[in-house]
Design a protein around this ligand. Structure first.
Ligand code: SAM
Length: 227
C-alpha cells in the first residue's frame, strides 16, 4: 500500500487486485489494513478506479501480540524455503536464521529466493494470509561453528531450545511453552557433530516419531506443539 497521509491509504497493484477480484469491494465498504509499524487502520473506501482504491482510515494502537518463537533453519531447497517463510510468518515467528550446515547443497546459496526483496515479499504474503502485521527478522548465516559457539548462547538465553532430530530417544513434548528456539536440519539431516555442538549449547534434541518428515512438514508439526 502507498501510505499517503495521516488518515488516507492508497492501495495499488496485487493487493488492490485481490480486494477487487476476490472480495468484490466497492465504494463505502469497510476495510482493515495492517501497517508494518504494527498499527491497524480501519475505515471506508472513498475512491475506486481501475488502478487503485483510496480509503480514509483511523489508526488504532492494537497490534497483535508478538510471537516468541525463533527458528534456526538449515537452508532447504529454495522452493521449500519460499513456502516455509510464508507459512512460519503466517503462524507467527519472531526471527528466522537461515544457516549453513554440512549437508546443505552449495548451489542453494545462489538462489534468488535469498535476495532481500524476495524474502520480504514472501513474508508479506505470509502476513497477509494471517492478517498479522509483525514482520519477522531474517538473518543468513554461512559459518556454522562460530554461530553456534558465539551467537547461539545469546540467541537462546531465556528460551527453551529444541532441535528436531529423528535419531533422538526423546519424544517431542506435546505442550512446549514459549519462548522457544527451534532448530531444523536440512534434507539430509544434521551430522552428529552438529547435533553435539547444539546440545553442548543447551539444545534438547527431540524426535517426532519414526516417520521422517520433510523439512516443510516438520516445522508446522512442531510449531503446533508450542503454547
Ligand atoms: N535422514 C535425515 C536425518 O536422519 O536427520 C532426515 C532429515 S529430515 C528430511 C529434515 C529435518 O526435519 C531434520 O533434520 C529434523 O530437524 C526434522 N525432522 C524430520 N523428521 C523428523 C522426526 N521424525 N523427528 C525429528 N525431527 C525431524
Amino acid at each position: 500500500s502507498d501510505y499517503i497521509e495521516e488518515r488516507k491509504v492508497r492501495l495499488t497493484g496485487r493487493r488492490f487486485e485481490h480486494i477487487i477480484s476476490v472480495h468484490r469491494a466497492s465504494i463505502g465498504d469497510r476495510l482493515r489494513v495492517g501497517m508494518l509499524n504494527g498499527k491497524i487502520g480501519e475505515g471506508y473506501i472513498t475512491q475506486l478506479n481501475d488502478n487503485f482504491l483510496e480509503m480514509e482510515i483511523s489508526l488504532t494502537d492494537n497490534p497483535p501480540s508478538p510471537s516468541n518463537v525463533q527458528l534456526i533453519l538449515a537452508m532447504p531447497r529454495p522452493k521449500a524455503l519460499k513456502r516455509i517463510i510464508q507459512d512460519v510468518t503466517t503462524m507467527g515467528i519472531k526471527k528466522i536464521y537461515i544457516i549453513k550446515t554440512w549437508r546443505v547443497e552449495k548451489s542453494f546459496w545462489s538462489s534468488p529466493v535469498l535476495e532481500e526483496d524476495n524474502l520480504f515479499e514472501h513474508m508479506i504474503l505470509g502476513l497477509e494470509q494471517g492478517k498479522d502485521t509483525i514482520l519477522p527478522e531474517i538473518r543468513i548465516v554461512k559459518l556454522f561453528k562460530p554461530f553456534v559457539e558465539d551467537e547461539i548462547p545469546v540467541i537462546i538465553k531465556n528460551t527453551r531450545a529444541i532441535v528436531g532430530h529423528p535419531m533422538s530417544k526423546k519424544e517431542c513434548p506435546r505442550d512446549i511453552e514459549e519462548p522457544v528456539t527451534l532448530a531444523i536440519g536440512p534434507e539430509g539431516g544434521f551430522i552428529p557433530y552438529e547435533i553435539e555442538l547444539l546440545e553442548k549449547q543447551g539444545f534438547e534434541s527431540v524426535s517426532l516419531g519414526n516417520r521422517i518428515l520433510r523439512v516443510e512438514t516438520a516445522i508446522p508439526f512442531i510449531l503446533g506443539r508450542f503454547s
